[in-house]
Ligand binder design. Structure first.
Ligand code: GDP
Ligand code: MG
Length: 466
């Protein structure tokens, strides 16, 4: 297929910002789903991807586009949700690495917060263009909402006092952004020169609850993508794909979620991925996606495909996925390719990822549902916890008896007894494993909210110390 402006791939848009600014809710509003309330503790602990079809985008933006007249040429958009909590820097970084464009969500009531600034710096260091959603406008005093209205019409409906509150809060956000070295303005008040300046950031007031401003932000993102980023969005045949998560799913075994940035992937393709023990060459047995406007993290009626074109989030089925590392590339071995060359290429940038996963000689065992969560746990235990908690062994998926046996050796080491502990995040514990743990005196702490796990363990350590 020719590389032209008329043949674009979906832009990958990442949604970032401090915890509780409304990132997931905003996506829920676009999807018309309720992922946020289904999350453990209402917090996002995984990275997720949702594909939106052109017809969905056009329907959502119908009213505003009567005056904006955007001729949508994109084949849709792919939006990636990221966790906002401190420990998930790795996932935010992975999200921001992949994306073409970003939404930085700011809680209009709180202004710029710590992870907002961190996200901002991440985006700037990678030169990723972004728009700022000034979310929760409906919290302005006496706000009169009209569901899914475009934001300018909604603002016109407000009384003087409400408009003033909005104005002063928006000004405050602008000031805080400028303190970070970012020039910005409410998007419809930007001048021609501002639009031409690629460092200038448009602000879009939104409410994820009432849907006000959602059509504004969608339309703006589409416009920026196709009018400013079309060169990098030209579709091409070469596969460019990254592993997002490695995850055990009932009835499917270990699956790998990937983001295809560009190119095509087919069932039966021979692919190379990275593991800690070297490259793995395997065949793609199945290509699954959630339906459009549905989140990849959420179990749903997966659609089976023979072939998929980027950009899209895809779950792949096959064998030998156990040790595949998130954040690393996936490559296809084509008919003209030397397998050894592809292997070397795939492994070339693994170093930074493995550094995060190295283990200590003595320490607890950490088991998690995904590699991303595992990295976050390690980050927290070893860097953010004072004093750090050492980790001697890590794993993904169900806790089995063999894991208990492995960590029980800490019992035999003098002064290391309390490390005969398994911290199991969002994974089942096998019945035999429970019994073995009981017998061997191995502690197993389980939780589906990462922070609860730390609380359990810290309390346990304190008890021992007393
Ligand atoms: P995230 O951590 O950024 O993903 O934030 P969530 O989507 O989990 O939202 C955090 C909380 O803020 C939830 O209780 C939401 O219901 C609430 N919230 C999100 N967006 C809005 C909004 O636009 N208006 C109001 N009033 N509440 C919101
Ligand atoms: Mg969230």
């Amino acid at each position: 297929a020719a590389r032209t402006r008329d043949n674009l791939r979906c832009p990958i848009i990442v949604i970032m910002g401090h915890v509780d600014t409304g990132k997931t809710k905003l996506l829920d509003n676009i999807r018309r789903t309720n992922v946020q309330e289904g999350e453990a503790g209402g917090i996002t602990q995984q990275i997720g991807a949702t594909y939106f079809e052109p017809k969905t985008l056009l329907t959502r933006c119908e009213k505003l586009n009567k005056t904006e007249n955007l001729n949508l040429t994109l084949p849709g958009v792919l939006i990636i949700d990221t966790p906002g909590h401190e420990s998930f820097t790795n996932l935010r970084s992975r999200g921001s690495n992949l994306c073409d464009l970003a939404i930085l969500v700011v809680d209009l009531m709180h202004g710029l917060e710590q992870q907002t600034i961190e996200s901002l710096n991440m985006l700037r260091s990678k030169g990723t263009p972004f728009v700022v959603a000034l979310n929760k406008v409906d919290r302005c005093y006496n706000w009169k909402s009209t569901t899914n209205n475009d934001i300018r019409s909604s603002l016109k409906d407000q009384e003087e006092g409400t408009t003033q509150e909005f104005r002063s809060r928006a000004e405050e956000a602008k000031l805080q952004l400028s303190q970070q070295g970012v020039n910005s303005n409410i998007y419809w008040e930007m001048g021609d020169d501002d639009w031409k300046n690629s460092d200038f950031v448009p602000l879009v007031p939104t409410s994820a609850i009432t849907g006000e401003g959602v059509q504004d932000i969608l339309l703006l993102l589409c416009r920026i993508a196709q009018e400013k980023l079309w060169r990098q969005l030209m579709w091409c045949g070469n596969l460019q794909a990254t592993v997002l998560e490695v995850k055990a799913i009932d009835g499917m075994g270990m699956t790998v979620d990937i983001i295809i940035v560009n190119g095509t992937i087919r069932e039966g393709d021979k692919v190379v991925m990275c593991t800690m023990d070297g490259p793995v060459v395997t065949e793609i047995r199945g290509l699954l996606t959630p339906p459009p406007s549905r989140e990849m993290r959420i179990k749903s009626e997966y659609i089976h495909h023979k072939e998929i074109k980027g950009a899209l989030g895809v779950k792949i089925i096959g064998n030998g996925f156990d040790k595949v590392m998130a954040g690393t590339p996936l490559m296809v071995v084509g008919p003209d390719d030397e397998e050894e060359d592809i292997k070397a290429e795939v492994m070339s940038d693994l170093k930074s990822v493995t550094e995060n996963l190295s283990t200590d000689k003595n320490g607890v065992m950490v088991q998690a549902s995904t590699l991303g969560a595992l990295e976050a746990l390690l980050q927290f235990l070893r860097v953010e916890t004072k004093p750090p908690i050492p980790v001697s062994s890590v794993g993904i998926g169900t806790v089995f008896k063999k894991d208990v046996t492995r960590i029980s050796i800490m019992k035999e080491k003098k002064g290391m007894e309390e490390f005969a502990t398994i911290l199991a995040f969002d994974v089942p514990v096998d019945k035999d494993a429970r019994e073995a743990a009981e017998e061997a005196g191995v502690k197993i702490f389980t939780a589906d909210i990462i922070y609860h796990l730390f609380d359990h363990f810290t309390r346990y350590m304190e008890e021992i110390a007393e």
